[in-house]
Structures are given as structure tokens and as C-alpha cells.
Write a protein that binds this ligand. Structure first.
Ligand SMILES: [Zn+2]
Length: 316
């Protein structure tokens, strides 16, 4: 009898190990921002084993005819965590999912939504869909796996297949989702989504707050234009790609960051300085941002990238 119990125990342990994937992402609270929109503010550190990859601001919009999700996060387990928070508020199904851009920390959570709501439609900038299918999706799955040391295990890319157009308005229930596309801002794949009736904009990484992120795929001037476009709408609520949500005051600082950095680099370039020589002066002019997460990691590269852009601008 004892032996049988041991065999059963071993069997149960092995089967549950076989079914074991990544650990769940712990629950992060969803905060209500406006009548229909909730946001889950993720950590602002880069994906790591501690945050299990979760670092963005997934938002959900309860429309009366289904739930729309904007940027369901970085991994299968992040997407599942987002669904748990949605179900605390509504039992409506998820019907629409928007990806703000190609970076995997924003949209690899799609998989969890496809799993539970196979009829949901997945939207993105046409260039996002193109890049994802051309190999970016697979690289992001790998990047996430490496950065989290396996906490994203089991994550597969569910690539959007509904291309958005600039100015498009998508009606879901009583609500209108207005789409703002740019050619080249944070990336070449950015979509900002306005929930018109709630006077709210989800900016994706075209706007960051209290976090400085990668500009490797971006254009300083293009990103500044997108940031100013977002600010110019003067809406009541903004959800940045990373960092706390709020009114227009959470938009302005990043526009300033991009503008000061680019202009300072251009000015010092005219004086004949190299990126290395101008670093201290540029950093000083950006002292307001030194406490932002990621500033120290990114600033050197931002200066080099801005310098390249300044040089190229001379030939335009
Ligand atoms: Zn990004």
C-alpha cells in the first residue's frame, strides 16, 4: 500500500512537472483612469528574472460590447495576469487587442488572449505586422527568454493581422478608438490609440515617463513630433508606454528630453565636438532626467544616435 502511494506520488509530481511552464506573474493592481479605461502600471526596470519580463502599462477598455486591450504585456504569463485583472472588473470577453509597436515587451501577451478568446481581433501598424512576420517576433521571444532567464518560457508570438490606418476610427460598443500612426518615431511601427469618449490616449513608447528607453529603432525628431502631437491633443488622460499615467504633465517632460538632447547635440556638433567630448555637457543639460530609470544606461547611446541623426540631417 505504502509502495502504491509512493508510486502515485511520484506519478503526480512528474505529471505536474511536465505541465509546469513559467511561474505566474504576480497580480499587479488595475487602476481605473476614466469611465471605461483601466491600466496596470508595470515595473519600469528592464525585463529580468525578478519582474518575469513584465515592465509595460497594459490598458483595458470596457465598452459594453466587449473589452479592448492595449498592449497586453511581454509574455504569456503577463497576458494571463492581465486577464485575471480584467475578470475582477468585468466578465465581458476580450474582443479587440491593439499593439502599440514592434517591441515584444508590449505585445507578446497576445498569446494569453488568443488562448481564452480565439475570436479576438489583433490590430497594429502595418509595418509592425510586416516586421513581426519578417523575424522580429521570433527575435523578441528569444530576447525575452534571455532577459528573464526563462521566466517567459512557453511564450509564442501571436502576430497581429489587422493593419491599422492613420486617422482610422474603430467603434466598439459606444466607444470610439481613434488611431494615430507615424512613419518613424520611437520605431517605424508606432500606433497611438485614443479612446475618444474618455479623452484618453495610450501613447505606446512614443512617450515615456520616469523611464528612459532605447532609441535604437527611433528618430529623435520623429519621436519629438509624435510626442508633441500627443501633448497637443490636450486630453484629460494619458497612458505612457512606461511609467505613471496622468494628464498632459506626464507627456511634456519626455518631449523636453528629446528636444534638449537633440538640440544640444546639434549645437556641440557645430562646434566640432565628438560624441565622447560632448557627453558631460549634454548630461548636464538633462539633469532633470537623471533619476529616471534607464537614464544612465541609455544616455551615451542616445548621444551617439542623435549625433548620427544630426549628421544625416545636414544632407537633407
Ligand atoms: Zn519600445
Amino acid at each position: 500500500m505504502k509502495q502504491l502511494q509512493t508510486i502515485i506520488t511520484i506519478f503526480l509530481v512528474t505529471t505536474s512537472l511536465a505541465a509546469w511552464g513559467a511561474d505566474p506573474v504576480p497580480d499587479y493592481p488595475a487602476e481605473k483612469l476614466s469611465e471605461h479605461v483601466w491600466v496596470i502600471h508595470g515595473p519600469t526596470e528592464l525585463p529580468n528574472p525578478g519582474n518575469k519580463g513584465f515592465m509595460n502599462n497594459p490598458a483595458f477598455v470596457i465598452t459594453g460590447a466587449g473589452v479592448a486591450v492595449i498592449d497586453p504585456g511581454s509574455t504569456l504569463e503577463t497576458g494571463r495576469m492581465v486577464l485575471r485583472q480584467i475578470r475582477r472588473v468585468t466578465q465581458q470577453p476580450v474582443t479587440h487587442v491593439f499593439a502599440s509597436h514592434i517591441h515584444g515587451d508590449h505585445w507578446l501577451g497576445n498569446q494569453a488572449i488568443r488562448e481564452d478568446y480565439p475570436a479576438a481581433r489583433f490590430y497594429a501598424h502595418p509595418a509592425m505586422i510586416e516586421q513581426a512576420n519578417a523575424g522580429e517576433a521570433e527575435s523578441w521571444v528569444k530576447i525575452m527568454d534571455q532577459l528573464t532567464e526563462g521566466a517567459s518560457k512557453g511564450t509564442e508570438a501571436v502576430i497581429p493581422d489587422q493593419p491599422l490606418t492613420d486617422g482610422q476610427e474603430i467603434k466598439v460598443g459606444d466607444l470610439t478608438f481613434r488611431v494615430y500612426l507615424t512613419d518613424w518615431a520611437h520605431t517605424r511601427t508606432d500606433a497611438m490609440i485614443e479612446v475618444v469618449e474618455d479623452s484618453l490616449l495610450a501613447t505606446g513608447d512614443n512617450v515615456l515617463y520616469q523611464r528612459i528607453g532605447r532609441m535604437d529603432d527611433g528618430s529623435f525628431r520623429g519621436n519629438l513630433a509624435a510626442c508633441e502631437q500627443a501633448h497637443g491633443l490636450q486630453l484629460q488622460h494619458y497612458i505612457p508606454g512606461h511609467g505613471p499615467s496622468g494628464g498632459p504633465e506626464v507627456i511634456k517632460p519626455f518631449c523636453n528630453y528629446l528636444q534638449v538632447l537633440y538640440e544640444k547635440v546639434a549645437e556641440l556638433y557645430e562646434q566640432g565636438l565628438s560624441d565622447f567630448e560632448m557627453k558631460d555637457t549634454v548630461v548636464e543639460s538633462l539633469s532633470a532626467f537623471q533619476d529616471w530609470s534607464g537614464f544612465k544606461d541609455e544616455i551615451g547611446k542616445h548621444i551617439s544616435l542623435a549625433l548620427l541623426e544630426v549628421e544625416q540631417a545636414e544632407f537633407e
